[in-house]
Design a protein. Structure first.
Length: 191
């Protein structure tokens, strides 16, 4: 059997490995650092969307996470004061507000609404199982420091003012700021 001389490649040198590590660290330094934070985009105003939104936001805050909820489009109606009914400056805005119940207390189910019987049954079941209602969870969220943020563009579109919304909310923001909120969050949800 003939033997051949093999050339064994010793691999990169220590200096080359060090240079690679430094390049990787430099590239990573430009990336976004994720915070222990939950950001939810609440676009749906149905009871079965508001409920999980408020449950997740309060659970995150109670477990030590920074938590924020950006209320936009139909989700904005969840943070309208319960006694506010018709809003807006023109007939289209007034019609939109008349078609939406406003407030988490008056929200309908997305399915099985049954002329209002569905939400009543759901709330009764929640009471029987000692599950807090969304309007209670919104108060709890505020107590826990959850940032409840209305969408300025949606407010303008639907003719809502700060006076129409619950007290204690953050200042309204736009989509660019909402995206910045999501950018550094470890968890971002769209509900």
């Amino acid at each position: 059997m003939a033997t051949t001389e093999e050339h064994i490649d010793s691999g990169p040198t220590y200096a080359e490995l060090l240079a690679r590590i430094e390049a990787l660290e430099a590239a990573a330094s430009g990336s976004v650092k994720k915070k222990n934070k939950l950001t939810i985009i609440a676009w749906g105003g149905d009871l079965d969307r508001i409920w999980p939104t408020t449950i997740l936001a309060t659970t995150a805050a109670a477990s030590g996470m920074e938590s924020s909820v950006f209320f936009t489009f139909w989700g904005l109606f969840a943070i309208v004061k319960p006694d506010v009914r018709i809003t807006g400056d023109n007939w289209m805005q007034k019609m939109m507000s008349a078609m939406n119940p406003g407030s988490a207390q008056k929200a309908k189910l997305s399915h099985y609404n049954f002329a209002g019987a569905g939400p009543a049954m759901f709330k009764r079941l929640a009471g029987d199982k000692q599950v807090a209602r969304p309007e209670e969870l919104i108060e709890t969220a505020q107590d826990l420091g959850v940032r409840l943020i209305p969408c300025q563009m949606t407010m303008d579109l639907l003719g809502l003012t700060r006076a129409d919304l619950l007290d204690g909310l953050e200042e309204p923001i736009g989509a660019a700021t909402a995206i910045a909120e999501m950018r550094d969050a470890a968890v971002s949800l769209f509900i």
